[in-house]
Design a protein around this ligand. Structure first.
Ligand code: AMP
Ligand code: MG
Length: 309
């Protein structure tokens, strides 16, 4: 197990090595976004297909002007939600120094300023954009603790341990490359809150193949089969409960007993990881989650988890 300090993590990034870092959404597998060979190490370590672009993380909104073309919508969203769980996809500047592989060859770049204090200090020390997808094998459940990172990527991986992630779900991804703002991925900030700042409805892209390649993949899948909207116990399943747990389950992981969506989001991946490791279970049953606010993102991940690998 290789726990690194913040200065070791910064040194690794400047040397073109990868390091797993805490953010408030999930742990990221980070590398210098301007170094093509460092970025290649992320894809290799995750087994991630090269057509799936990465999110680039910045220490300060002032860094954006050198990377992408900003419009008024982008400036308003940055002012309202950064630092935080909102990623903006914007047109790359012709002289953008970020390696083309980060964008998977697209003319756009996804950007976020994380809120986690360790991530912010690290980004400030490195002083260059840092690419970081979730720190797990491609397709598996995202990590919300340093231990989840080691379980997925092996004990050889260098990890900066910042404790459990407070949001626990990936960022909301908003596309701003065209006339209409698009919701490329529901996530840690509710679409309704973003729409309130934009003063317009987020459009769901019809052709996700081109818009956001990552959303097509089977994703977030645990080892055990996942059954959604469970109303009764069945077989030897463990239960992810929301509100008062259903009777008849010997193993229960409560997402939120008081029915709070933010608490459920923060505990979702921990619950999938935990039940996946309980001996003797043959599946994971999930109680219904309301399809509103953060429930959109929770249900999006659960549907993908249920699709399996
Ligand atoms: P991850 O890094 O695993 O959290 O996934 C990043 C998400 O952002 C994926 O769904 C990507 O498809 C999406 N994404 C990243 N860059 C772009 C881009 N340039 N255009 C559209 N979607 C992007
Ligand atoms: Mg991921």
């Amino acid at each position: 197990m290789v726990d690194v300090t913040i200065s070791e993590a910064a040194d690794r990034l400047r040397r073109g090595e990868v390091v797993a870092i805490p953010t408030e959404t999930v742990y990221g597998l980070a590398a210098d976004a301007t170094d093509a060979s460092a970025v290649a190490k992320i894809f290799a370590a995750k087994g991630r297909p090269d057509f799936n672009p990465l999110i680039c993380h910045v220490a300060d909104p002032a860094q954006l002007d050198a990377l992408v073309m900003l419009d008024d919508r982008a400036r308003r969203l940055v002012a309202a939600f950064w630092p935080g769980a909102l990623t903006l996809v914007l047109p790359r500047r012709p002289d953008c120094p970020v390696a083309p592989a980060v964008s998977a060859g697209l003319p756009s770049l996804a950007l976020r300023m994380p809120a986690h204090p360790l991530a912010r200090e690290l980004l400030a020390r490195v002083d260059r954009p840092v690419a970081a997808p979730s720190a797990n094998r491609s397709g598996h459940v995202s990590p919300t603790t340093a231990q989840h990172v080691r379980d997925s990527l092996g004990t050889g991986i260098a990890v900066l341990d910042g404790g459990p992630c407070s949001v626990g779900l990936e960022s909301t991804v908003v596309g701003l490359t065209g006339e209409t703002a698009t919701l490329l991925r529901p996530g840690g900030i509710a679409a309704e809150d973003i729409e309130a700042v934009l003063g317009e409805t987020l459009v769901q892209p019809t052709d996700q193949t081109l818009q956001s390649p990552g959303m097509l993949l089977k994703h977030y899948a645990p080892r055990l089969p996942v059954r959604l909207n469970a109303a009764a116990a069945q077989g030897k399943e463990g239960l992810l409960s929301f509100g008062k747990p259903l009777p008849g389950f010997a193993t229960v992981f409560p997402l939120s007993e008081r029915g709070d969506l933010a608490e459920a989001a923060a505990r979702l991946y921990a619950g999938l990881h935990a039940l996946d490791h309980v001996a003797g279970l043959d599946g994971i049953a999930v109680m219904p989650i309301p399809q509103q606010g953060l429930g959109l993102a929770i249900n999006d991940r659960l549907v993908r988890a249920a699709r399996g690998r």
